[in-house]
Design a protein around this ligand. Sequence first.
Ligand code: NAD
Ligand code: UDP
Length: 314
Amino acid sequence: MNTTKPILVTGGAGFIGSHLCKSLVTKGQDVLCLDNFYTGSVENVAELQGHDNFRLVEHDVTKTFETSVGAIYNLACPASPIHYQRDPVQTVRTSVLGAINMLDLALQMGCRIFQASTSEVYGSPEVHPQTESYNGNVNPIGPRACYDEGKRCAETLFFDYARQFELSVRVARIFNTYGPRMQPNDGRVVSNFVMQALQGAPITIYGKGMQTRSFCYVDDMVAGLEAIMNLADPVTGPINLGNPHEITMLELAETVFRLTGTKENITYLPLPPDDPPQRQPDISLAKKCLNWEPTISLEDGLTETIAYFRQLLA
Ligand code: NAD
Ligand code: UDP
């Protein structure tokens, strides 16, 4: 979707946001990237700074923001457990107040708004793979709750604004996504394993490494986010976006050793509290409504990611 007014991307200087901004700018769309640089950085969007149709503004979504925009992608929120648990109250404020502020702006502008929700709304799932109709199993007072419950409340707000004010909302439940511009030290498993392997340090596996995740390459994810925004008739509910290819953390470690050409070297550490034992998206709805599914294999995506981290270390 191209609009004559700029598209606002909150959290646009973060990992996924920077790829989304690049994709929109490349299509000729005016983009206003808003970020408070909590986990994002100017470097992530450095290559876009010279473009006439790209503008970066420093702002915190917990405060109101007034500007003229044609659509809003709301991605602002730290996504990695070590960052969202660093200041849990701020994480809740970002999810909840950020959602209200951006929804109010969308209402004022009469424009579409997209919310980056998460597979974490399913918590430690009792249903496998997770479908959108599953309501989840979240511990509301654990260390992950600031993120999980914040995102759940944001979903509530999005669908209440849709019902109460007939706002055109779109919500994606994003599953684990990886690729270039992940922060090397953000504690997520892909960045940790690749950095550790490239630096000759042991790979840290939490627990026995039998927990599963399903990893989606960032280019596939961005295509999914845009497909949701571009839908003329939005689906009245969230849509799972992720790669259904499910693997254990041990298998991920073995793949990283193979692709980096490094020797197996593993340290086992305790499993963090409330760490979900398995996670895999059911993407039937996305396939049907968006005609979307991931196309980039884990090996190809990891090869790109490893090249990015190698360059950072050079
Ligand atoms: P990220 O931490 O790289 O990006 C988040 C961005 O939001 C950063 O640039 C950060 O500075 C900014 N931000 C944080 N708080 C803000 C605030 N109060 N005001 C303005 N900006 C703020 O994370 P990411 O992986 O790019 O995630 C982007 C979005 O996708 C997040 O909403 C996240 O919850 C969601 N998501 C990501 C994943 C994943 O695997 N990466 C999975 C599920 C959901
Ligand atoms: N993990 C791991 N070693 C690490 C970092 C993470 O074994 O160095 C595990 C973590 O316990 C979890 C999985 O990898 O089971 C994915 O962790 P991540 O923080 O990337 O994402 P999330 O738990 O939010 O899905």
